[in-house]
Each structure stands twice: as structure tokens, then as C-alpha cells.
Design a protein. Structure first.
Length: 264
């Protein structure tokens, strides 16, 4: 029996909501099996009973009680001795939905998605407060960045929060701080590239930006994690700006954190 997911979503309450259709009746009981792709660990959730003539159903599975480890989990439907992967036609991606999901304070973030081969899977990531980058510019001699605050618990409203964009580097140690605008969970910051170069003029290297918000206990790392583009260091290449002949460009790390590279 072929089962296809036509709609998949992880709700704000961390419930996996699925709408499924089958090419034969779903009569009786079945299990949803989630299998960790790296370790082979499995979690089993009983489903049903389904009606004798039912060919479609809406399923809801609470994820928190399953104690899922971070990583990717493939989804299977098991009926008796038969197990098959669950097909999906839902890409499972909506940036607006993911940003809404990231408004709450969480330790784990769950996301359903369709694999490249067309099957349902679940991605589990550790979640910590962060500044999610939406756009980066080098223009008119400035570095500008905008985005949203993720997993901080702050409200998406019109309230303003005192904030600063800080750049730090080591070998040798140097730091640079400028004011930033945070309204609700939206942020914007800009600083002069001349100031970046002047902070360590004899030493090219990499600067690590962070966003300091007075209402939050720890500085927020800047990066891009909410969308479905992994490996941004390989995929996104920004042109360099030149200040006094020195190239300066934004780049991502292997963990999709934003950096400012000077020289090289």
C-alpha cells in the first residue's frame, strides 16, 4: 500500500500534524516509525484504528515525549510485518511559518520536510537564542545586516530594545561596537568598514559579529539556520568591498554562522 503525505507541519506545540492519503483502505492499526538516519535508533507511535473504507486521515503526533535526538529522522508506516517509507508531496517549507515557530524559547526545534527522493522526514536541531540573518549588504562603505531574533521568547510587537552590534577577533585581540536597532524581534545594524579596518590595521583576519540586547542575558550569534539552505559557506559567495585596497567580505562558517573576513 502506498501512503502519501499531502500536508505536513510541526505546530507551535511541537505536534507533528500530517494529512495522508492511501491507494488502498487504511483499515485497522498501523505504527508510525521514526528512524534516526545516523544511529538507527527508532521511535514507534501507534496509529489508528482506521475505518474499514478510510483512504485518507489526519494524524497528530506529539514529538516532545519521544525524546528525539538531534539529527534527521526518516518516517515509515508499519502494518504487521510490512514497513514502507512514507512518500510526501509537501515540501514542508514556509519561511513565515518557521519564523513564527522560532518566536518561542526552545531547547529543541523540530521541522518536517520532504527529502530529495520524495519521502517524509523530520529534522531535529538544538535551539538557542540567536540573531537570524535575513540580508547582508556592503554598500557606501558600510556593513549592514538585518534579520529576526530566534528562540528568545521576545514578542513580535512594536516595542524597542536597547541593542549593540559587536565585532570581535583574536590574534591580536580587537573589538568594535556600534548601536543597533531592535524592534520587537526585528533587528538592523550598520557600521563603517573604515572603522573595521582601523581597529586592526596591520593584521588581516576574521571578525565574529554578535548582537547584544539588553533584555537578553547572553549575546546572540549571527547566522542563518531557519531556512532550508544548508552549507551556506559553499553556496553563498558575496563580492568583496575594498577599503584602501584591502578586501573585506561577509562569509559563513561551516556551521552557517556569519563572519567578516578582512584581507586575504
Amino acid at each position: 500500500m502506498r501512503v502519501i503525505v499531502t500536508d505536513a507541519e510541526v505546530t507551535l506545540a511541537d505536534v507533528l500534524s500530517l494529512r495522508v492519503a492511501a491507494d488502498a483502505p487504511l483499515a485497522g492499526h498501523a505504527d508510525l516509525v521514526l528512524r534516526h538516519r545516523a544511529t538507527g535508533t527508532e521511535r514507534r507511535v501507534p496509529l489508528g484504528p482506521f475505518g474499514a473504507e478510510a483512504r485518507d486521515a489526519t494524524l497528530a503526533v506529539s514529538l516532545a515525549p519521544l525524546s528525539l535526538d538531534p539529527g534527521r529522522w526518516d518516517a515509515y508506516l508499519e502494518r504487521g510485518e510490512t514497513r514502507s517509507r512514507i512518500h510526501s508531496v509537501d515540501p514542508g517549507f514556509s519561511l513565515d511559518r518557521l519564523e513564527t515557530y522560532a518566536l518561542g524559547r526552545r531547547t529543541l526545534a523540530y521541522r518536517s520536510y520532504r527529502t530529495r527522493t520524495g519521502f517524509l522526514a523530520l529534522r531535529v536541531d538544538r535551539a538557542a537564542p540567536a540573531a537570524e540573518v535575513r540580508a547582508v549588504w556592503f554598500r557606501e562603505g558600510r556593513f549592514e545586516v538585518t534579520g529576526v531574533l530566534a528562540f528568545t521568547g521576545l514578542d513580535d510587537d512594536e516595542s524597542r530594545h536597547e541593542a549593540r552590534l559587536a565585532l570581535r577577533r583574536s590574534r591580536p585581540d580587537a573589538a568594535l561596537t556600534v548601536g543597533a536597532t531592535v524592534q520587537g524581534v526585528r533587528f538592523h545594524a550598520a557600521l563603517s568598514l573604515c572603522d573595521v579596518l582601523a581597529a586592526a590595521p596591520e593584521h588581516p583576519g576574521t571578525w565574529e559579529p554578535s548582537l547584544e540586547v539588553d533584555d537578553l542575558a547572553e549575546p546572540l550569534r549571527l547566522g542563518s539556520w531557519l531556512d532550508d539552505v544548508d552549507g551556506k559557506r559553499r553556496r553563498l559567495h558575496y563580492p568583496a568591498a575594498r577599503i584602501d585596497g584591502v578586501p573585506i567580505r561577509p562569509r559563513y562558517t561551516l556551521d552557517d554562522e556569519l563572519r567578516i573576513e578582512v584581507g586575504g
